[in-house]
Design a protein around this ligand. Structure first.
Ligand SMILES: [Zn+2]
Length: 433
């Protein structure tokens, strides 16, 4: 049994009565209606997924098996600057559009109304949520790319404070996602005043997780220092080949702050990939006014030329099946696996028209439309994984290194495992050991 208190693992029986833990210890003498023999396994309380994005998914499927099957019994939503509540003004339009994709209708504005709606819909796990900084901004000032007026900042603060009173666990920011990205350090530190007063938490998807990671971590710490709020560094990572290794320094920054007495923590994924919306490759200024304004703006060839000139991403890779080329995907800065052919087609055309170098596993229909549009890209015949791998290798330039590494690992396995096995076999045969 690993009880979650930090105590060392121990052997124990656990008794459950009415859905609650009734006793823990040596219960060999007790009788039970049902006994589960879990010898050799670990028994723990439910896990808390501190960084979930099940905001809408749990309303579609309240069973949330994807969480439960991993032992997760509490999910924390509202991360990365976006939450389902509180929503007013243009935040309601954004949310309604999002909910419409799942044929859901919104019945709330305030956080308390939202919590009641979640309760009514019935979710199998415990749920809590941050208030998204982007959601606050959208509620009060739309998706405007500017600093808030004093009145707007006060309105955001009041909305946050009320939501914290109604059960929200803190404030989250997503500083790569407009409109949250339009907020500066002072604005966030000011809002975090309410977070500190309520003993809540400030969790941030920081402003940069690539070459400017250290600056972004510093900003996160600064917001905590200025406001006195507890700070969480969400999904800590260094993304993109050029930035690999920076986490050593960023971790040192966090450790130093902790040693100085600041209440700051970080979390990370247990895997070496990340995912987000393709819109992040489009610079912040293009997002001014929200997604619809951005789409309108993208029609202008001059805007697209300016985006291309800013060099927003090294490359974008689109594939239908990620498994075939996973080694290459790891070495790439950005890739996407849209869930539908239509989505792939649109995303590919969009990315290419923004001047992003693209690689795509050709998919019938998609290829034709791209070629018809006369846009440059790298198209590989459908189903030809080898050709796709070769194209990726050429573009990424480090395939030789990858193959060499794979070969070295294989050699090491042969030397370490297979050769000693053989020697043992030989000795047994020859010496009769
Ligand atoms: Zn995030």
């Amino acid at each position: 049994m690993v009880d979650g208190t930090g105590a060392p693992p121990a052997r124990a029986d656990v008794a459950i009565r009415g859905g609650r833990v009734a006793a823990v210890g040596d219960l060999g003498g007790e009788r039970a209606a049902r006994t589960l023999d879990v010898t050799g396994r670990a028994v723990t309380p439910g896990f808390i997924d501190i960084h979930a994005h099940s905001d809408e998914a749990m309303l579609v499927n309240g069973a949330l098996e994807s969480a439960l099957h991993m032992g997760v019994t509490t999910v924390v939503n509202g991360n990365c600057g976006g939450s389902s509540a509180p929503v007013f003004g243009s935040a309601t339009d954004e949310l309604d559009r999002e909910l419409a994709r799942f044929e859901l209708a919104r019945s709330w504005n305030t956080f308390a109304e939202y919590a009641a709606a979640v309760e009514r819909s019935g979710v199998a796990v415990n749920v809590c949520s941050f208030v998204g900084h982007g959601t606050l901004r959208a509620s009060v000032m739309g998706a405007a790319a500017r600093a808030p007026s004093a009145t707007e900042l006060a309105a955001m603060g009041a909305l946050l404070d009320r939501s914290l009173e109604e059960g929200a666990i803190g404030l989250s920011s997503g500083l790569i996602y407009p409109p949250s990205a339009y907020g500066d350090t002072a604005e966030l530190a000011s809002l975090c005043g309410a977070v500190r007063e309520r003993g809540a938490l400030y969790a941030s998807h920081i402003r940069n997780e690539g070459p400017r990671l250290l600056e972004a971590v510093e900003e996160n710490l600064e917001i905590g220092r200025r406001s006195g709020a507890r700070v969480q560094l969400s999904h800590h990572k260094a993304a993109g080949r050029r930035s690999w290794g920076l986490v050593r320094e960023s971790t040192a920054l966090v450790e130093r702050a902790r040693a100085d007495g600041q209440d700051v923590a970080a979390d990370q994924y247990p895997y070496a990939a990340s995912s987000t919306g393709l819109a992040v490759v489009v610079p912040n200024w293009v997002h001014d006014g929200g997604p619809l304004a951005m789409c309108e703006r993208l029609r202008d060839p001059a805007v697209r030329a300016r985006i291309a000139a800013e060099g927003v991403a090294d490359r974008v890779i689109f594939v239908e099946r990620a498994a075939d080329i996973s080694p290459y995907l790891q070495a790439s800065d950005i890739f996407a696996v849209p869930s539908s052919r239509e989505g792939l087609s649109n995303a590919l055309l969009e990315a290419m028209s923004c001047g992003l170098p693209c690689v795509a596993a050709a998919i019938p229909g998609v290829t034709d439309s791209v070629i018809e549009a006369g846009i440059n890209g790298f198209i590989v015949p459908a189903g030809d994984d080898r050709a796709l791998a070769a194209t990726l290798a050429r573009l990424l330039g480090d395939a030789a290194l990858y193959h060499l590494t794979a070969l070295l690992v294989l050699c090491a396995v042969i030397v370490v495992v297979i050769v000693p096995l053989d020697m043992r076999l030989l000795r047994r045969r020859v010496l009769g050991e």
